[in-house]
Design a protein around this ligand. Structure first.
Ligand SMILES: Cc1ncc(COP(=O)(O)O)c(C=O)c1O
Length: 375
Protein backbone atom coordinates (compact mmCIF):
# COMPACT_ATOMS: atom_id res chain seq x y z
CA UNK A 1 0.00 0.00 0.00
CA UNK A 2 1.32 3.45 -0.89
CA UNK A 3 0.15 6.74 0.58
CA UNK A 4 -1.93 7.48 -2.46
CA UNK A 5 -4.04 4.38 -1.73
CA UNK A 6 -5.58 6.25 1.20
CA UNK A 7 -9.18 6.86 0.15
CA UNK A 8 -10.88 9.86 1.72
CA UNK A 9 -14.57 9.08 2.37
CA UNK A 10 -16.84 10.90 -0.09
CA UNK A 11 -18.84 12.53 2.70
CA UNK A 12 -15.73 14.31 3.99
CA UNK A 13 -14.66 15.67 0.63
CA UNK A 14 -15.32 19.21 -0.57
CA UNK A 15 -17.88 19.58 -3.34
CA UNK A 16 -15.16 21.18 -5.46
CA UNK A 17 -11.58 20.11 -4.79
CA UNK A 18 -9.74 23.00 -6.43
CA UNK A 19 -7.73 25.03 -3.93
CA UNK A 20 -4.96 26.34 -6.18
CA UNK A 21 -3.65 29.88 -5.75
CA UNK A 22 -3.63 30.39 -9.52
CA UNK A 23 -4.87 29.18 -11.88
CA UNK A 24 -7.73 28.77 -9.47
CA UNK A 25 -11.21 27.38 -9.37
CA UNK A 26 -13.34 28.43 -12.33
CA UNK A 27 -17.06 28.19 -11.59
CA UNK A 28 -18.81 25.53 -13.66
CA UNK A 29 -21.60 28.07 -14.20
CA UNK A 30 -19.08 30.33 -15.95
CA UNK A 31 -18.01 27.52 -18.23
CA UNK A 32 -21.65 26.73 -19.01
CA UNK A 33 -22.29 30.37 -19.90
CA UNK A 34 -19.23 30.27 -22.16
CA UNK A 35 -20.47 27.10 -23.75
CA UNK A 36 -23.80 28.77 -24.46
CA UNK A 37 -22.05 31.41 -26.60
CA UNK A 38 -19.60 29.01 -28.17
CA UNK A 39 -21.00 29.43 -31.69
CA UNK A 40 -21.59 33.16 -31.58
CA UNK A 41 -18.63 34.46 -29.58
CA UNK A 42 -15.69 32.04 -29.55
CA UNK A 43 -13.78 32.11 -32.79
CA UNK A 44 -15.04 35.51 -33.85
CA UNK A 45 -13.12 38.71 -34.56
CA UNK A 46 -11.90 40.71 -31.59
CA UNK A 47 -12.41 43.89 -33.61
CA UNK A 48 -16.17 43.33 -33.91
CA UNK A 49 -19.06 44.25 -31.65
CA UNK A 50 -19.60 40.80 -30.12
CA UNK A 51 -16.15 40.61 -28.59
CA UNK A 52 -15.83 44.31 -27.86
CA UNK A 53 -19.11 43.97 -25.99
CA UNK A 54 -17.52 41.38 -23.68
CA UNK A 55 -14.43 43.54 -23.14
CA UNK A 56 -16.81 46.38 -22.26
CA UNK A 57 -18.72 44.08 -19.88
CA UNK A 58 -15.45 43.10 -18.20
CA UNK A 59 -14.37 46.74 -17.81
CA UNK A 60 -17.81 47.74 -16.50
CA UNK A 61 -17.86 44.79 -14.12
CA UNK A 62 -14.48 45.74 -12.66
CA UNK A 63 -15.50 49.39 -12.33
CA UNK A 64 -18.62 48.43 -10.40
CA UNK A 65 -16.95 45.76 -8.29
CA UNK A 66 -14.07 47.99 -7.18
CA UNK A 67 -16.21 51.17 -6.93
CA UNK A 68 -13.91 52.89 -9.41
CA UNK A 69 -13.32 56.49 -8.28
CA UNK A 70 -14.03 59.38 -10.67
CA UNK A 71 -11.43 59.68 -13.39
CA UNK A 72 -9.92 56.22 -12.81
CA UNK A 73 -9.94 53.90 -15.84
CA UNK A 74 -9.85 50.16 -16.40
CA UNK A 75 -6.98 49.28 -18.72
CA UNK A 76 -6.14 45.82 -20.04
CA UNK A 77 -3.76 44.06 -22.39
CA UNK A 78 -2.14 40.72 -23.00
CA UNK A 79 0.61 39.05 -21.05
CA UNK A 80 -0.62 38.69 -17.48
CA UNK A 81 0.82 40.50 -14.50
CA UNK A 82 4.37 39.56 -15.46
CA UNK A 83 3.95 41.63 -18.62
CA UNK A 84 2.51 44.49 -16.60
CA UNK A 85 5.71 44.73 -14.53
CA UNK A 86 7.61 45.40 -17.75
CA UNK A 87 4.89 47.78 -18.95
CA UNK A 88 5.18 49.74 -15.69
CA UNK A 89 8.99 49.72 -15.85
CA UNK A 90 8.91 51.27 -19.32
CA UNK A 91 5.83 53.39 -18.92
CA UNK A 92 5.29 54.50 -15.32
CA UNK A 93 8.64 54.80 -13.52
CA UNK A 94 10.16 58.13 -14.48
CA UNK A 95 13.48 57.69 -12.71
CA UNK A 96 13.44 55.97 -9.35
CA UNK A 97 11.15 53.51 -7.66
CA UNK A 98 10.88 52.24 -4.12
CA UNK A 99 9.62 48.72 -3.42
CA UNK A 100 8.25 46.84 -0.46
CA UNK A 101 9.36 43.30 -1.27
CA UNK A 102 8.24 40.39 0.88
CA UNK A 103 8.09 37.43 -1.43
CA UNK A 104 8.85 35.99 -4.83
CA UNK A 105 6.28 37.99 -6.79
CA UNK A 106 7.27 41.34 -5.35
CA UNK A 107 10.88 40.42 -6.14
CA UNK A 108 10.10 39.95 -9.81
CA UNK A 109 8.92 43.52 -10.26
CA UNK A 110 12.00 44.74 -8.36
CA UNK A 111 14.19 42.83 -10.82
CA UNK A 112 12.45 44.37 -13.82
CA UNK A 113 13.05 47.89 -12.50
CA UNK A 114 16.58 47.17 -11.28
CA UNK A 115 17.57 45.73 -14.68
CA UNK A 116 16.28 48.73 -16.66
CA UNK A 117 19.34 50.71 -17.79
CA UNK A 118 17.35 53.93 -18.11
CA UNK A 119 16.27 53.98 -14.42
CA UNK A 120 18.11 54.78 -11.21
CA UNK A 121 18.71 51.89 -8.81
CA UNK A 122 15.53 51.32 -6.84
CA UNK A 123 15.28 51.39 -3.07
CA UNK A 124 14.05 48.05 -1.77
CA UNK A 125 12.64 47.32 1.69
CA UNK A 126 12.85 43.55 2.10
CA UNK A 127 11.32 41.24 4.65
CA UNK A 128 11.85 37.50 5.07
CA UNK A 129 9.13 35.03 4.05
CA UNK A 130 6.08 35.23 6.30
CA UNK A 131 6.70 38.84 7.27
CA UNK A 132 5.95 42.15 5.55
CA UNK A 133 7.94 45.24 4.67
CA UNK A 134 6.51 48.69 4.15
CA UNK A 135 7.10 51.76 2.01
CA UNK A 136 8.53 54.93 3.55
CA UNK A 137 8.66 58.47 2.18
CA UNK A 138 11.86 59.15 0.25
CA UNK A 139 12.79 62.26 -1.73
CA UNK A 140 13.29 61.59 -5.43
CA UNK A 141 11.11 58.50 -5.62
CA UNK A 142 8.45 58.86 -8.31
CA UNK A 143 6.92 55.37 -8.06
CA UNK A 144 6.23 53.35 -4.91
CA UNK A 145 5.30 49.72 -5.35
CA UNK A 146 3.93 47.10 -3.01
CA UNK A 147 1.91 43.90 -3.07
CA UNK A 148 -1.59 43.58 -1.66
CA UNK A 149 -1.24 39.84 -1.15
CA UNK A 150 2.07 38.02 -1.58
CA UNK A 151 0.92 34.72 -3.05
CA UNK A 152 4.20 32.95 -2.33
CA UNK A 153 3.90 33.40 1.45
CA UNK A 154 0.29 34.27 2.31
CA UNK A 155 1.12 37.72 3.69
CA UNK A 156 -1.38 40.53 3.06
CA UNK A 157 -0.95 44.23 3.84
CA UNK A 158 -3.41 47.13 3.65
CA UNK A 159 -3.36 49.39 0.60
CA UNK A 160 -2.34 52.86 1.81
CA UNK A 161 -0.68 55.90 0.33
CA UNK A 162 2.81 56.77 1.50
CA UNK A 163 2.61 59.72 3.83
CA UNK A 164 5.16 62.40 2.99
CA UNK A 165 5.87 61.11 -0.53
CA UNK A 166 6.96 63.68 -3.13
CA UNK A 167 4.12 65.52 -4.82
CA UNK A 168 2.95 63.51 -7.82
CA UNK A 169 4.64 60.24 -6.79
CA UNK A 170 2.55 57.23 -7.80
CA UNK A 171 1.65 54.13 -5.81
CA UNK A 172 1.40 50.82 -7.69
CA UNK A 173 -0.25 47.86 -5.99
CA UNK A 174 0.10 44.28 -7.18
CA UNK A 175 -3.39 42.93 -6.56
CA UNK A 176 -2.98 39.80 -8.67
CA UNK A 177 -4.05 37.52 -5.84
CA UNK A 178 -5.37 40.04 -3.29
CA UNK A 179 -7.75 41.79 -5.67
CA UNK A 180 -11.29 40.57 -5.16
CA UNK A 181 -10.63 38.87 -1.82
CA UNK A 182 -9.25 41.75 0.24
CA UNK A 183 -10.81 45.09 0.98
CA UNK A 184 -9.47 48.12 -0.86
CA UNK A 185 -10.27 51.78 -1.35
CA UNK A 186 -8.86 52.57 -4.77
CA UNK A 187 -8.35 56.22 -3.85
CA UNK A 188 -5.43 54.93 -1.75
CA UNK A 189 -3.47 53.81 -4.81
CA UNK A 190 -2.79 54.91 -8.38
CA UNK A 191 -2.59 51.55 -10.07
CA UNK A 192 -4.32 48.45 -8.71
CA UNK A 193 -3.32 45.71 -11.12
CA UNK A 194 -4.40 42.11 -11.29
CA UNK A 195 -4.87 39.09 -13.52
CA UNK A 196 -8.02 37.04 -14.15
CA UNK A 197 -6.86 33.57 -13.04
CA UNK A 198 -7.51 34.08 -9.33
CA UNK A 199 -10.47 35.83 -7.66
CA UNK A 200 -11.86 36.64 -11.09
CA UNK A 201 -12.39 32.92 -11.64
CA UNK A 202 -11.07 32.93 -15.19
CA UNK A 203 -7.97 31.85 -17.05
CA UNK A 204 -4.60 33.60 -17.23
CA UNK A 205 -2.94 35.64 -19.95
CA UNK A 206 -4.20 39.20 -19.60
CA UNK A 207 -3.38 42.00 -17.19
CA UNK A 208 -5.98 44.40 -15.81
CA UNK A 209 -5.02 47.73 -14.26
CA UNK A 210 -7.32 50.18 -12.50
CA UNK A 211 -5.48 53.44 -13.06
CA UNK A 212 -5.83 56.89 -11.51
CA UNK A 213 -5.80 60.05 -13.64
CA UNK A 214 -2.29 60.77 -12.32
CA UNK A 215 -1.04 57.36 -13.47
CA UNK A 216 -2.60 57.81 -16.90
CA UNK A 217 -1.05 61.24 -17.20
CA UNK A 218 2.36 59.81 -16.20
CA UNK A 219 2.15 57.23 -18.99
CA UNK A 220 1.55 59.94 -21.59
CA UNK A 221 4.33 62.15 -20.12
CA UNK A 222 6.93 59.37 -20.27
CA UNK A 223 5.91 58.40 -23.78
CA UNK A 224 6.32 62.06 -24.84
CA UNK A 225 9.94 62.06 -23.65
CA UNK A 226 10.77 59.74 -26.53
CA UNK A 227 12.02 56.91 -24.28
CA UNK A 228 12.36 53.63 -26.20
CA UNK A 229 9.30 51.54 -25.32
CA UNK A 230 8.73 48.16 -27.01
CA UNK A 231 5.46 48.35 -28.89
CA UNK A 232 3.93 45.38 -27.10
CA UNK A 233 4.68 46.96 -23.70
CA UNK A 234 3.49 50.45 -24.54
CA UNK A 235 1.09 51.56 -21.82
CA UNK A 236 -0.26 54.46 -23.89
CA UNK A 237 -1.27 52.01 -26.60
CA UNK A 238 -2.98 49.84 -23.95
CA UNK A 239 -4.86 52.88 -22.63
CA UNK A 240 -5.98 53.95 -26.08
CA UNK A 241 -7.04 50.43 -27.08
CA UNK A 242 -8.88 49.82 -23.80
CA UNK A 243 -10.87 52.99 -24.32
CA UNK A 244 -12.04 51.40 -27.58
CA UNK A 245 -12.99 48.18 -25.74
CA UNK A 246 -10.24 46.18 -27.38
CA UNK A 247 -6.64 45.07 -26.94
CA UNK A 248 -3.56 45.87 -29.01
CA UNK A 249 -3.24 42.25 -30.13
CA UNK A 250 -5.52 39.24 -30.02
CA UNK A 251 -6.72 38.38 -26.51
CA UNK A 252 -7.93 34.98 -25.28
CA UNK A 253 -11.67 35.42 -25.82
CA UNK A 254 -12.59 32.70 -23.32
CA UNK A 255 -10.54 34.44 -20.63
CA UNK A 256 -12.27 37.76 -21.25
CA UNK A 257 -15.71 36.14 -21.17
CA UNK A 258 -15.14 34.07 -18.02
CA UNK A 259 -13.81 37.09 -16.11
CA UNK A 260 -16.77 39.24 -17.21
CA UNK A 261 -19.17 36.48 -16.22
CA UNK A 262 -17.54 36.07 -12.81
CA UNK A 263 -17.67 39.82 -12.14
CA UNK A 264 -21.36 39.95 -13.02
CA UNK A 265 -21.92 37.04 -10.64
CA UNK A 266 -19.92 38.64 -7.82
CA UNK A 267 -21.60 42.00 -8.35
CA UNK A 268 -25.01 40.31 -8.16
CA UNK A 269 -23.99 38.68 -4.84
CA UNK A 270 -23.11 42.05 -3.31
CA UNK A 271 -19.84 43.06 -4.94
CA UNK A 272 -16.54 43.53 -3.16
CA UNK A 273 -18.01 43.70 0.38
CA UNK A 274 -19.66 40.32 -0.22
CA UNK A 275 -16.47 38.83 -1.70
CA UNK A 276 -14.33 40.11 1.16
CA UNK A 277 -16.75 38.63 3.69
CA UNK A 278 -16.78 35.29 1.93
CA UNK A 279 -12.98 35.08 1.78
CA UNK A 280 -12.86 36.10 5.45
CA UNK A 281 -15.21 33.22 6.29
CA UNK A 282 -12.91 30.79 4.52
CA UNK A 283 -9.93 32.33 6.30
CA UNK A 284 -11.64 31.90 9.67
CA UNK A 285 -12.28 28.24 8.84
CA UNK A 286 -8.69 27.41 7.91
CA UNK A 287 -6.82 29.54 10.46
CA UNK A 288 -9.26 28.59 13.23
CA UNK A 289 -8.66 24.94 12.47
CA UNK A 290 -4.87 25.43 12.41
CA UNK A 291 -4.98 27.25 15.74
CA UNK A 292 -6.84 24.31 17.29
CA UNK A 293 -4.78 21.63 15.61
CA UNK A 294 -1.93 19.96 17.52
CA UNK A 295 0.14 19.68 14.33
CA UNK A 296 -0.82 22.64 12.11
CA UNK A 297 0.08 26.32 12.60
CA UNK A 298 -0.41 29.38 10.42
CA UNK A 299 2.97 30.16 8.80
CA UNK A 300 2.36 33.90 9.16
CA UNK A 301 2.85 34.49 12.87
CA UNK A 302 1.38 38.00 12.98
CA UNK A 303 -2.41 37.53 12.72
CA UNK A 304 -2.75 41.03 11.23
CA UNK A 305 -0.67 39.96 8.22
CA UNK A 306 -2.41 36.62 7.66
CA UNK A 307 -4.01 36.67 4.25
CA UNK A 308 -7.68 36.05 3.63
CA UNK A 309 -6.82 35.38 -0.03
CA UNK A 310 -4.18 32.67 0.31
CA UNK A 311 -3.55 30.74 3.54
CA UNK A 312 -0.20 29.10 4.30
CA UNK A 313 -0.22 26.41 6.96
CA UNK A 314 2.94 24.86 8.42
CA UNK A 315 3.01 21.31 9.74
CA UNK A 316 4.88 19.97 12.75
CA UNK A 317 7.98 17.84 12.41
CA UNK A 318 7.04 14.27 11.71
CA UNK A 319 3.96 15.26 9.69
CA UNK A 320 4.84 15.30 6.00
CA UNK A 321 2.89 18.06 4.27
CA UNK A 322 4.05 16.89 0.85
CA UNK A 323 2.59 13.45 1.56
CA UNK A 324 -0.70 15.05 2.65
CA UNK A 325 -0.84 17.04 -0.58
CA UNK A 326 -0.12 13.87 -2.53
CA UNK A 327 -2.95 11.95 -0.89
CA UNK A 328 -5.33 14.88 -1.34
CA UNK A 329 -4.40 15.05 -5.02
CA UNK A 330 -5.01 11.32 -5.46
CA UNK A 331 -8.48 12.04 -4.03
CA UNK A 332 -9.15 14.92 -6.45
CA UNK A 333 -8.44 17.63 -3.88
CA UNK A 334 -5.75 19.50 -5.75
CA UNK A 335 -3.11 22.23 -5.68
CA UNK A 336 -2.60 22.48 -1.92
CA UNK A 337 1.19 22.30 -2.40
CA UNK A 338 3.17 25.29 -1.06
CA UNK A 339 5.02 27.78 -3.24
CA UNK A 340 7.93 25.68 -4.40
CA UNK A 341 10.76 28.09 -3.65
CA UNK A 342 9.59 28.75 -0.09
CA UNK A 343 10.78 25.24 0.76
CA UNK A 344 8.61 24.70 3.83
CA UNK A 345 6.71 21.76 5.28
CA UNK A 346 3.52 23.53 4.34
CA UNK A 347 0.19 23.53 2.53
CA UNK A 348 -1.12 26.60 0.71
CA UNK A 349 -4.83 27.07 0.17
CA UNK A 350 -6.59 29.69 -1.94
CA UNK A 351 -9.53 31.43 -0.24
CA UNK A 352 -10.77 33.40 -3.23
CA UNK A 353 -14.51 34.18 -3.30
CA UNK A 354 -15.01 31.49 -5.92
CA UNK A 355 -14.18 28.87 -3.28
CA UNK A 356 -17.04 27.85 -0.98
CA UNK A 357 -16.21 28.45 2.70
CA UNK A 358 -17.88 25.09 3.42
CA UNK A 359 -15.39 23.46 1.05
CA UNK A 360 -12.51 25.01 3.00
CA UNK A 361 -14.00 23.53 6.18
CA UNK A 362 -14.34 20.18 4.41
CA UNK A 363 -10.70 20.41 3.35
CA UNK A 364 -9.59 20.72 6.99
CA UNK A 365 -11.55 17.55 7.82
CA UNK A 366 -9.86 15.79 4.90
CA UNK A 367 -6.42 16.87 6.14
CA UNK A 368 -7.19 15.53 9.63
CA UNK A 369 -8.36 12.26 8.11
CA UNK A 370 -5.20 11.92 6.03
CA UNK A 371 -2.85 12.83 8.89
CA UNK A 372 -4.47 10.17 11.06
CA UNK A 373 -3.96 7.53 8.35
CA UNK A 374 -0.38 8.59 7.61
CA UNK A 375 0.81 8.39 11.20
C1 LIG B 1 1.04 38.46 -6.46
C2 LIG B 1 1.31 37.98 -7.84
N1 LIG B 1 1.86 38.82 -8.72
C3 LIG B 1 2.12 38.44 -9.98
C4 LIG B 1 1.84 37.17 -10.43
C5 LIG B 1 2.16 36.78 -11.85
O1 LIG B 1 0.99 36.77 -12.59
P1 LIG B 1 0.96 36.21 -14.09
O2 LIG B 1 1.14 34.73 -13.97
O3 LIG B 1 -0.39 36.63 -14.60
O4 LIG B 1 2.07 36.84 -14.81
C6 LIG B 1 1.25 36.27 -9.57
C7 LIG B 1 0.93 34.90 -10.03
O5 LIG B 1 0.67 34.01 -9.28
C8 LIG B 1 0.99 36.68 -8.24
O6 LIG B 1 0.43 35.83 -7.38
Amino acid sequence: MTVTDIAIPEELKPVDGRFGSGPSKVRPEGVEALSAVSRTYLGTSHRQKTVKGQVARLRRGLAEFFALPDGYEVILANGGTSAFWEVATFGLIRDKAQFAEFGEFGAKFVKAAADAPFLADPTVHRAPGGQASFLTAEAGVDVYASVHNETSTGVAVPVRRVEGADEGALLLTDATSGGGSLDVDLRETDVYYLAPQKALGSDGGIWLALMSPAAIERAFQIKATGRYIPQFLDLVTAIEQSRLEQTYNTPALATVFLAAEQLDWMNAQGGLPWAVKRSAESAAAIYGWADRSPYATPFVTDPALRSAAVATIDFAEGIDAAAIAKVLRANDVVDTEPYRKLGRNQLRIALYPTVEPSDVAALTACIDYVVERLS
